[in-house]
Every structure is written in C-alpha cells, then in structure tokens.
Ligand binder design. Structure first.
Ligand code: SF4
Length: 311
C-alpha cells in the first residue's frame, strides 16, 4: 500500500481498523480486509453530477457524487448492490488521496453544488484526507456525507469540521430488522447516538437563497413494505431529537438484490403504506419532511453496468 499518499493519522487508523462499528481490527495497510472487503485504498465505482437526490442537494446543476465501492452493511434489498456487494462496475478503481482530491476538484469545476460522498463509512479517513487536500487547493462547495448511518461516533468526531452536510439513513429502530436485513444486529442501538453527533456538528439543514443546502442534517428513511411499525419508531425518534429535524421519507423501495429470499419484503410498497407513514410524520410535528411520489421508484434504480448508471 506504499504510495497511496497517506498521512500518519490515516495509517494509524487503517493498521488496526476500527473505522466503523464492526471494529474488525484488520491491518488494511497490509492488504487485509474486514467486513467491508476494502483494503487501505478507497475504491470508487462511479463519479458524476447526479440529479436524483433531494432538491436542496441536487439543485439545478447536480450533486457531485462519488460512489465508493464496498459497504459495511449487507442490505438484502440494496439498490446499489452491484457496487456495494458485487464489485461489478467496470469503472471501479482504487484511488490515492491525490486522485480522490482531484475527483473532488473536477466535480466542483463541472458545476456541482456540493461533493456528495456516497457510502463513505468504511473509508471515512481516506475521504477526510482528500477533503483537507481539496480545501487547501480551493474547494469551497459543501461536503455531503451520505451514509447508511452505521458509522462510528468516534470516527465522526475525528472528522468534525470537514463535513458540511450530513445525509444519513435511519434504516431501522429494531435490532431484529438490522440483523435480518442488513447483517447488523446493533444498528438500532447505535443509530441514535450517530444522529445526535451529526446534529451536534452541523445543526439543522440550512438553505441558501436559491433553496440549495449549505449546511446541516438531512435524515433519510426508506419505508419498507410491511414496515410501518418500525417507520413509526424511526420518525418518533427524529421528532424527539428535534421536531425541526429535516427528514426525507422515501417511497422508492424496490425488491432488489436478495429481497426475493425474504417474502415479507419481496414486493413494492403500497400507496396506503406510504401515506400512513407520511401522515404520522405530520402528526408528530415533523414539518420539514420531503415526500416522494410513489411512482418514483423506477426513476431511482441505477444500473452500474452502464457508463451512465442513472440514465
Ligand atoms: S471499515 Fe471495514 S475493516 Fe474497518 S471496521 Fe469497518 S467493516 Fe471492518
């Protein structure tokens, strides 16, 4: 791994990896891999201007997405499974810190409203080094940390000040669901503190005069078929965190990847199920909620076999 351009903090973190809650303890610098299956160098599967995020993130010119390969969860319904689990994209490549820095600057030059790090939890320190370098070279647009929520609070504290917008999921508040659907039996135990830390760092979502996000927390919740009870728990927690929390309630569930093995989620969401959840959010006083059209699910399904996965 010599030549990846790493600084001392990064090498220390990767020599005994506890970058995320898995705490695998492997030496990623020596080529070792843990649950995420990514060694010392961050791998990216796709970069580009993306128009499918929430309006304050995509804006008019697009969000500058950097999709990392690998993941520290194994969601059986993952719509990005080609790059998170199967490493199928022909565009996947391992980057040095300098390469990652250059990608950020290139996306900014292309007009991106922000740099959107997609699934960064297992490469948080590699990304942090590149952010520092890119800011030193003049990068001034917001950094978006777009994660599954299965993050290490300790790692987040170490990157405090580098991230402008946190865009995490709250997938479940049930450890049974976390274990069954994502291979993380402590997801529900950990996500509350992760979200508290993120809110403490960046505060509530702030928009500029054009409605583009410049700072803050925007939490995503994907409603699962038959999952109304857990959706209610997630939303109640967000309301308790603060009724001003911005939440994106997503209807785009589609039974992808291994969902067919789980009969209870092997179907699309119904309109009634989605309405029940969104109505409950309003009952809770969560007025900063983004709501999708139910027929949007096909629009959001990427195919990373294509050069342009979202078209
Ligand atoms: S980042 Fe990867 S190797 Fe490190 S603790 Fe998490 S899953 Fe394990």
């Amino acid at each position: 791994m010599i030549g990846l351009g790493m600084n001392q903090r990064l090498t220390d973190q990767l020599a005994h990896c506890e970058c995320c809650p898995r705490k695998c303890g492997v030496d990623r610098l020596a080529g070792g891999t843990g649950f995420c299956r990514i060694a010392g160098g961050a791998q990216i599967a796709h970069t580009g201007l993306h128009h499918g995020e929430e309006p304050p993130i995509s804006g008019t010119r697009g969000s500058g997405t950097i999709f990392f390969a690998g993941c520290n969860l194994r969601c059986v319904f993952c719509q990005n499974y080609q790059i998170s689990q199967e490493f199928q994209s022909s565009q996947t490549r391992t980057l040095t810190t300098d390469d990652l820095t250059d990608e950020m600057l290139r996306l900014a030059d292309a007009g991106a409203h922000n740099i959107n790090l997609v699934s960064p939890s297992h490469v948080v320190f590699q990304a942090a080094d590149a952010i520092v370098a890119a800011k030193a070279k003049g990068l001034s647009i917001p950094i978006v940390y777009n994660s599954n929520g299965y993050d290490s609070v300790n790692a987040l504290r170490q990157v405090r000040g580098l991230v402008d917008i946190y865009l995490p999921d709250i997938k479940y508040l049930s450890n049974d669901s976390g274990r069954r659907y994502s291979g993380a039996s402590d997801y529900a135990d950990l996500i509350p503190d992760v979200l508290r830390e993120m809110l403490d760092q960046v505060g509530h979502l702030e928009l500029d005069d054009h409605g583009i996000a410049r700072r803050g927390l925007l939490v995503r919740h994907l409603v699962l078929p038959g999952g109304a009870a857990d959706s209610r728990r997630c939303l109640a927690f967000l309301a308790e965190l603060s009724p001003a929390t911005h939440v994106s309630i997503m209807s785009q569930y589609s039974p992808q990847y291994r969902a067919a093995r789980y009969p209870e989620i092997n179907r699309p969401l119904t309109a009634r199920e989605y309405e029940e959840v969104t109505e409950y959010a309003l009952e809770l006083g969560l007025e900063n909620a983004f709501i999708q059209e139910l027929d949007s699910r096909h629009r959001y399904l990427p195919d990373f076999d294509r050069d342009r996965p979202f078209e």
